[in-house]
Design a protein around this ligand. Structure first.
Ligand code: FMN
Length: 294
């Protein structure tokens, strides 16, 4: 299916894009107006764009429905400061409640049952219940259009972070990713939760270059058993692996013995075993199994 964005209406654009560009982290923005009235609203058009300088951007859009603008936008234009509170699973229902279109001047801390905690460098208060809060200075507000659905980039410099000690690693030196259960927004009413079941590692290809999928032998590259992910793992090694004479493996021995009269079946069996090893993150072992093929 091909969708030309110029052929569909603003609501459809929003729907297609939000289902596709997902999941999006949620910024819970605390701002104040000129009179000092507090506002608290969630925005999933949000991300980190630079670490030095430390820049995050969120976007209160013009409403698709009637092209009106959000209180948060007016507030940051009047008082260019914001506290961005990171949303975790324990907060998600209250955060959603805070997104109701309460009349101007309504304090969503009160409506949604959150506790104000004074920030140290900026005037808007922090959300006490949030486990990571970022005090920010708004350095630019960039409108992206004038029609309903047009975003307004609120470009923020993070001045200070407050991190709850309960989510730190045992050394207390960094956030333990497993302890901060982020939520994120997708299309429609869908959200996802980041926890130990949804997290996984991907070995980072760093300055050491991977050999690349084009360097894999045809038998591996065209395997009917190994997946694209498996090939990616195999091709991420820095040097083309060689047979390790010290590699002892009972199952490998059995495969070679049992299938020696049928090389095609042996190939498949070795690929099946290599796949199991790769899916368990054992890249070196998988390579040894595949090298036994030659
Ligand atoms: C999880 C979540 C994410 C949202 N993300 C956005 C967003 O990125 N941009 C936007 O304009 N509105 C977004 N909304 C809707 C606003 O939160 C909502 O319009 C809010 O009432 C604006 O409040 P304000 O007028 O007090 O600023 C989101 C709502 C929820 C629940």
């Amino acid at each position: 299916m091909i969708i030309d964005l110029s052929d569909i209406n603003p609501m459809q654009k929003q729907q297609w894009l939000q289902h596709a560009v997902a999941p999006r982290p949620v910024c819970f923005a605390s701002t104040i107006d000129k009179e000092g009235n507090v506002n608290l609203s969630p925005f999933s058009f949000f991300n980190l764009f630079s670490s030095n300088p430390p820049i995050v951007v969120f976007s209160p859009a013009r409403r698709v429905r009637d092209n009106t603008t959000k209180h948060t936008l007016q507030n940051v234009l009047d008082v260019p400061e914001v506290v961005i509170n990171i949303v975790d699973y324990e907060m998600v229902q209250q955060v959603s409640l805070a997104s109701c279109e309460f009349p101007k001047g309504t304090n969503e801390f009160i409506k949604a049952g959150f506790t104000e905690e004074a920030a140290t460098l900026v005037k808007p208060p922090m959300v006490k219940e949030s486990k990571v809060k970022m005090e920010c200075k708004v350095i630019e507000v960039k409108p992206l259009g004038t029609e309903g659905g047009a975003g307004n980039l609120v470009i923020c410099e993070v001045l200070r972070m407050h991190v709850d000690e309960s989510i730190l690693n045992t050394e207390g030196t960094m956030i333990d990713q497993r302890k901060l259960q982020h939520i994120a927004r997708l299309g429609g009413d869908w959200y996802c939760k980041v926890d130990e079941h949804s997290l996984f590692h991907v070995a980072k290809p760093n300055t050491q270059l991977g050999i690349g999928i084009d360097a894999l032998p045809d038998t591996i590259r065209n395997s009917s058993i190994l997946t694209g992910n498996n090939l990616g793992q195999l091709a991420n090694v820095h040097d083309y692996p060689v047979v390790d004479a010290t590699f002892e493996d009972e199952r490998l021995k059995n495969i070679i013995q049992y299938f020696s009269i049928n090389p095609d079946e042996m190939d498949k069996e070795l690929h099946r075993y290599a796949k199991e090893l790769l899916d368990a993150g054992k890249v070196n072992e998988a390579w040894q199994v595949l090298l036994a093929d030659s």
